[in-house]
Design a binder for this molecule. Structure first.
Ligand SMILES: C[S@@+](CC[C@H](N)C(=O)[O-])C[C@H]1O[C@@H](n2cnc3c(N)ncnc32)[C@H](O)[C@@H]1O
Length: 296
């Protein structure tokens, strides 16, 4: 199978280093079967690179950027394709300009924090996952399921006036009313059909990325949404968990990641020869590919 546009043919797994919107614009419409991704959460982490999404001072700007990403991604998705979207929530900063470190979770430290969005108060839970899900629904995506990712070993937080949060959302969205989905392939630990609360513990690892997917969260997504050799796209590839699982399950993948250090981690984890393209301009992308990969 090949993904072809006037500039670019992709017939095997590939990683692009660059901004995801710029790269997505180069990919052919109706060409990938599934998208599995976790964008940077708003105001949560600094990935220390220019062009990163997630540190906008205005939440609306953050949502507009993600809408741009997912509208472009929808164009690339096959008509019968699906999107699995993991997105975290957060509390307003109360206009504090920093967040203290945490012994157990040093990546929590932030030297910059966005203002409290207008209409919200100090201490409000923002509701980011649902706000984004509704926007995507309005822009044409079919919102098919909200899955609670329950983390039984979630870390306690330093709060005394609400329960500790130990869940996140994973949304299943589709491009059309009917789509490729093998419900039998989505099995819970007890071998029964999976329901909408998934218990997936976070596991310790030595990967130097602060927000990696647990592999067990995405294996089922890949298995029920794709067949062998079909393409999965992750526009926020990070340390490449989606690529690793795709390789193990004989799927192909397209990863896009803005930070080249994470791409090096991903290559080490995937442990196989993968084409890596640094996307600066369209010209660079096309000239980096060998002529056999170019469309006529
Ligand atoms: C939540 S992490 C994804 C982690 C990934 N799921 C994994 O298992 O390692 C989000 C990633 O998006 C990347 N990122 C931020 N802004 C980006 C952009 N504009 N284009 C592409 N990647 C971006 C960050 O560098 C970060 O690695």
């Amino acid at each position: 199978m090949a993904l072809i546009d006037s500039q670019l043919t992709i017939d095997d797994s590939i990683i692009f280093i660059g901004d995801c919107v710029n790269v997505l614009k180069r990919l052919r419409s109706n060409s990938v079967q599934c998208i599995i991704t976790s964008p940077p959460y708003w105001g949560m982490r600094d990935y220390n690179i220019q062009g990163q999404i997630g540190l906008e001072n205005e939440i609306n700007e953050y949502f507009l950027k993600l809408e741009l990403v997912f509208n472009e991604a929808k164009r690339i998705l096959k008509k019968n394709g699906t999107l699995w979207l993991n997105i975290g929530d957060g509390y307003t900063s109360g206009n504090r300009k920093y967040r203290a470190s945490d012994k157990k979770n040093p990546a929590r430290k932030m030297t910059t924090r966005p203002d409290t969005p207008s209409g919200l108060k100090r201490k409000d839970l923002i509701g980011i996952p649902w706000k984004l899900a509704f926007r995507l629904q309005e822009s044409g995506w079919y919102l098919r399921s909200d899955i609670i990712w329950h983390k039984p070993n979630g870390m306690p937080e330093s709060v005394k006036d609400r329960p500790y949060r130990n869940h996140e959302y994973l949304f299943l969205l589709s491009k059309s009313e009917r789509y490729q989905f093998d419900a039998e392939a989505l099995k819970a630990e007890n071998g029964k059909r999976q329901r909408s609360v998934w218990e997936v513990p976070t596991k310790a690892n030595n990967i130097k990325h602060s927000a990696i997917f647990p592999e067990d969260l995405i294996i089922g997504c890949v298995e029920c949404s794709t067949k062998k050799d079909e393409f999965v796209l992750d526009p926020f590839f990070g340390s490449g968990t989606v690529g690793k699982i795709c390789k193990e399950l004989d799927r192909k993948f397209i990863g896009i990641e803005i930070n080249s250090e994470y791409v090096s981690m991903a290559l080490e984890r995937i442990n196989s020869e993968i084409n890596v393209i640094t996307s600066g301009t369209i010209k660079e992308i096309s000239s980096s590919l060998d002529s056999s990969q170019m469309a006529n």
